[in-house]
Design a protein. Structure first.
Length: 248
């Protein structure tokens, strides 16, 4: 019969090697970057879900944020490094006119492996369809109130509507006045008053823009233009001169 004897030093070496493997495995697990939470990702697109950019918050300077078109493998749509002193970053989409229902976002922290990808749905941009907007008078004097009425094509979860009026002095200086429209639950239209008092500058007041705020905090703006009507991102350009008010 043969007897195999192992030295104490050999047993100690095996134990140390096993501990080293366990520690290495733990280190690899802890070296993975933290995946972004879905509520820290904002996807910006137009009305047809054509991607424009992706903003990721709750990140740190030096982190690299990558946006993909698939949960695994897939194509890189854009990547951006979080600059010093910032806690968020915008990732510009590198493929213009790309339509997507979902994007997948990862974070790579300095010295760590890339995180798992977080799925984020792409929501069509907030763009209320304005059916009609009118004023009850294009002329006013001190003490008058011009009523502004706006009708949307359908209920689009709009929380507020504001018109920005402006008049230019002879020196070219602009004076502005806001008209806030509130929804009339009986008619379904949004209504507000341009109040004229003794301090209101005389002249022709032009609507510079109509801004809409959604219940989710999104903003859409219709800006005045005397040329062709067009839409770009979260801004629409159209002729609003029919809403001008002359104060005499």
């Amino acid at each position: 019969m043969f007897t195999i004897k192992m030295k104490k030093t050999s047993i100690l070496s095996i134990l140390l090697f096993t501990c080293s493997l366990t520690a290495a495995t733990g280190a690899l697990a802890s070296d993975a970057s933290r995946a972004p939470q879905a509520d820290t990702i904002a996807v910006y697109s137009d009305h047809d879900r054509v991607l424009q950019s992706v903003r990721v918050s709750s990140v740190e300077a030096g982190d690299t944020v990558t946006v993909y078109d698939a949960e695994e493998e897939g194509r890189v749509l854009g990547t951006s490094l979080v600059p010093a002193g910032e806690l968020s970053v915008d990732v510009e989409v590198s493929e213009p006119s790309r339509t997507a229902l979902n994007v997948y976002v990862s974070v790579t922290q300095p010295g760590k492996a890339e995180s798992a990808r977080t799925d984020k749905e792409t929501v069509a941009a907030f763009a209320p369809a304005m059916e009609a907007v009118e004023i009850n008078s294009s002329n006013a004097h001190a003490g008058d109130s011009v009523k502004v009425t706006l009708d949307l094509a359908e209920d689009q979860a709009v929380s507020s509507v504001t018109l920005l009026y402006a008049v230019e002095s002879k020196s070219g200086r602009l004076t502005e006045q806001q008209v806030v429209l509130v929804k009339n639950d009986e008619t379904g239209t949004y209504e507000g008053l341009f109040a004229v008092d003794s301090l209101t500058r005389t002249g022709e007041w032009h609507v510079q823009q109509i801004s809409f705020q959604s219940e989710r905090g999104e903003r859409f703006v219709i800006s005045d233009t005397h040329g062709e009507e067009w839409v770009s991102g979260t801004t629409e350009h159209m002729n609003l001169e029919d809403l001008n008010i002359t104060i005499k």
